[in-house]
Design a protein around this ligand. Structure first.
Ligand SMILES: NC(=O)N[C@@H](O)C(=O)O
Ligand code: NI
Length: 169
């Protein structure tokens, strides 16, 4: 299978099978702090197992080479993982659904999205995703994910006959 992934705009609806979109644009809020602040409440859910601890990190990422061949995806079975751009730059996502939980990804289910610099994502537990795909060097992301016992990162490599690529305009 040789396929160039279509890069879709990131929307709450389109991303729903994979997790949450963290954004204020078009979302409900309520006023707090004596009317000085709009709270965009519970845009995403931090998912953890019993032994997990939610942690806050910063990832400083380099831009990968494009066109990019998507050789692998990973998943975190014990917790969600969110990426919030700190410098307001767009970034890319490649995802595949949780599926039946086995260590297999149907390449036909792989999708690509482009997030604006005002959108973050929260991958739900077990959702397959490519490691962070910044669109400029030294870009930084606030990352909320899970720390704790066990291996919380499964990697799946596609067979060499599967060529999924991403091209930038
Ligand atoms: N390994 C690690 O913490 N990073 C990945 O999970 C990722 O999604 O970038
Ligand atoms: Ni990850």
């Amino acid at each position: 299978m040789i396929k160039t992934l279509k890069i879709e705009p990131l929307t709450k609806e389109a991303f729903a099978p994979f997790g949450d979109v963290i954004e204020s644009e078009g979302r409900d809020y309520f006023m707090i702090n004596n009317g000085s602040t709009q709270r965009y409440h519970k845009l995403g859910e931090v998912q953890l197992d019993e032994q997990g601890q939610g942690i806050i990190n910063i990832f400083r990422a380099e831009m990968l080479e494009y066109p990019l061949q998507v050789k692998m995806l990973e998943r975190h079975p014990f917790g969600s993982q969110s990426f919030i751009p700190l410098f307001g730059h767009d970034f890319l996502l490649v995802v595949a659904p949780v599926g039946d939980g086995s260590m297999h990804i149907d390449p036909a289910t792989v999708r690509a999205f482009r997030a604006t610099g005002r959108q973050g994502v929260n991958y739900h537990r077990g959702v397959w995703h490519h490691p962070i795909m910044a669109l400029r060097d030294n870009d930084e992301f606030l990352v909320v994910d899970r720390s704790g016992p066990g291996n919380n990162c499964d990697e799946f490599y596609f067979d060499e006959s599967i060529q999924l690529s991403i091209e930038l305009d």
